[in-house]
Ligand binder design. Structure first.
Ligand code: SF4
Length: 565
């Protein structure tokens, strides 16, 4: 059987249009651009997986590592306790090709041995949930029967878990077809921390259980059959629609072109597929049509009772069905304008100002903070205080003590500046973008080596005061965009541009690796690059707040109909 007739586990959760295009279609692939950030992500995933594989093989010295289909068949037939990197035979009857990183023997019946699949993924699997529980194992307790229930925890509702769950269902069904599946319908995921979590494949109300899988599998099989007919001259079976998967898809450029040309409704950021269907069925197929709906009537219609006899308008019918409709209308209006809109009145567009203003940003590597940076702007001259960029950094080994020490140095400077302002009767405010990140890093620095940091209540008193301003919150209250509200999107509206041509938190991880690998010129250049990037992030929040207090007040309101803009 030709390889492209087989459906893989990762394809079952994938966009059907992509599944079809991968076998040949009317669109071309993007030029492949593998940047250093992407390479690092791959390296990191491989490093995590290698470490996990080594732990498993040292905990299970009899584990069999196979390298071919024949060896896998042999190991399955012989009942090997643990099979590493199996190459499962194809389920040719159902045209499935499945993957597992580990197979664990769970028992034996008259007809042969039983196995459950485990995947190794560089992801987080669980979330807190008071009324839920999940089974957990470990790298030296790989059988489901060795697991324990963890109360108050559940699997995340995320795309990565849905993909992992569907892949496990796919492998389970393949093992079933081959006669090796366990009657207990579970599959394991070993996460980036080396914890093993068991997903019960018959869990209700999740997008990755066996019945959801069977449906998704059937749908994609039908797509592949229809794609074969396209080869023979029929119409191509699928069309694009923009969704989260598209950003990283090899067909994103051509799909985007097609959708832009038709002003497709799916281009409105984060419309759900189910919402798109409802909108299309009501004749709203383009984002311009969406932008022209009355957002106020849409909001009022949600949870209202529509009259059974009196006629009602499309916007009321739609608004009744999903609460997100006004938000989608406003995003479509921002698309129409090609820039941001005002969410509030011009008078309400406000960001705190002070005599002394400090913009703060930190840089981390794998959750360890190695740099605290801040820019100071004084609106009133203060003796001994100079405007500009200040940094507190550790380029050597990032021990817990080093992490706490640089924070303590930062805090000594920062709180000293505040006290100075207070003693002179001047006002003080500090700003960050997305306070969860900064607050979490401060909390961590204090907890690592409390003996050398300020006490947490001192830090916390400041963080909960009105002097600590989260620009992300301010922007969320004041600015309407097409969807994204990150600093890299907002600051350019305010006229700010980073010096680095590829600024980004993930890219800075690669720079940090270079910066700390040696003391040579390349490393020193990388350190400078990080410092400039951090300084620019601080400048970006300053530009953003200045803009909110001035020009952004002149933006059109999102409540205005596009024709009036
Ligand atoms: S870009 Fe989006 S719609 Fe197009 S094939 Fe990829 S995932 Fe599917």
């Amino acid at each position: 059987m030709a390889a492209n007739e087989l459906l893989s586990g990762s394809e079952v959760g994938r966009c059907p249009h992509r599944v079809a295009l991968e076998r040949g279609g009317p669109q071309v692939r993007n030029e492949v651009e593998i940047d250093e950030t992407y390479q690092r992500r791959i390296r990191e995933a491989e490093r995590v997986a290698d470490g996990i594989r080594q732990s498993v093989t040292s905990n299970y010295p009899d584990a069999v590592t196979v390298s071919s289909y024949a060896e896998t068949r042999e190991a399955l037939a012989a009942g090997a306790e643990i099979i590493m990197a199996p190459r499962l035979p194809d389920d040719t009857a159902n045209k499935r090709r499945a993957h597992a990183d580990v197979l664990v023997r769970t028992g034996r019946t008259e007809s042969g041995f039983r196995y459950v699949p485990i995947l190794i993924r560089n992801i987080e699997v669980t979330d807190a949930a008071t009324t839920r529980r999940i089974r957990s194992g470990s790298l030296d307790a790989l059988r489901p029967s060795d697991s324990t229930w963890i109360e108050g925890t559940t699997s995340r509702r995320s795309d990565t878990i849905t993909r992992a769950g569907l892949s496990l269902c796919h492998t389970y069904r393949t093992l079933e077809a081959l006669g090796f599946a366990d009657s207990e319908r579970v599959g394991g995921v070993i996460d980036r921390n080396g914890s093993l979590w068991w997903l019960e494949l018959e869990t209700e109300n999740v997008a990755w259980n066996l019945s959801a899988y069977d449906e998704a599998f059937r749908e994609r099989r039908a797509v592949l059959d229809a794609q074969q007919q396209w080869v023979e001259g029929s119409e191509f079976p699928t069309t694009p629609f923009w969704h989260r998967e598209c950003d990283n898809c090899p067909f994103s450029n051509s799909c985007n072109e097609i959708l832009k040309a038709s002003e497709d409704i799916s281009l409105v950021r984060f419309t759900k597929f189910s919402e798109q269907i409802i909108l299309r069925e009501s004749g709203i197929t383009t984002w311009r049509q969406l932008a022209l709906l009355d957002a106020g009537r849409a909001a009022a219609a949600y949870n209202s009772v529509l009259s059974a006899s009196a006629p009602h308008e499309t916007v009321e019918y739609l608004g009744k069905q999903f609460s997100q409709l006004p938000d989608l209308i406003f995003k479509a209006r921002a698309m129409w304008r090609g820039g941001p809109l005002r969410r509030v009145t011009a008078e309400q567009m406000q960001c705190t100002t002070a005599d002394v203003e400090v913009d703060v940003d930190m840089e981390s590597y794998n959750d360890h903070t190695y740099l605290w940076g801040a820019t100071v702007r004084t609106r009133t001259a203060i003796e001994g205080v100079t405007d500009g960029y200040y940094s507190f950094v550790e380029w050597g080994e990032l021990t817990s003590e080093a992490e706490s020490r640089i924070f303590a140095e930062f805090w000594t400077w920062f709180s000293g500046l505040q006290r100075d302002c207070e003693s002179k009767g001047l006002t003080f405010a500090a700003y960050c973008f997305y306070e969860q990140a900064e607050n979490g890093a401060m909390r961590r620095a204090v907890s690592l080596t409390p003996a050398i940091t300020p006490p947490w209540n001192e830090v916390s008193n400041f963080l909960t005061s009105p002097k600590w301003v989260d620009l992300h919150n301010t922007a969320k209250e004041c600015i309407q965009t097409e969807g994204p509200l990150g600093l890299k999107v907002l600051a350019p509206y305010a006229g700010f541009h980073w010096r680095d041509e590829a600024p980004g938190g993930e890219a800075s991880m690669v720079w940090y690796e270079t910066a700390t690998a040696s003391d040579d010129e390349t490393a020193l250049a990388s350190r400078q690059r990080i410092l400039e990037y951090n300084e620019d992030d601080c400048h970006a929040t300053r530009y953003l707040r200045d803009w909110i207090n001035t020009e952004a007040k002149l933006l059109p309101s999102r409540d205005e109909m596009p024709a009036a803009q």
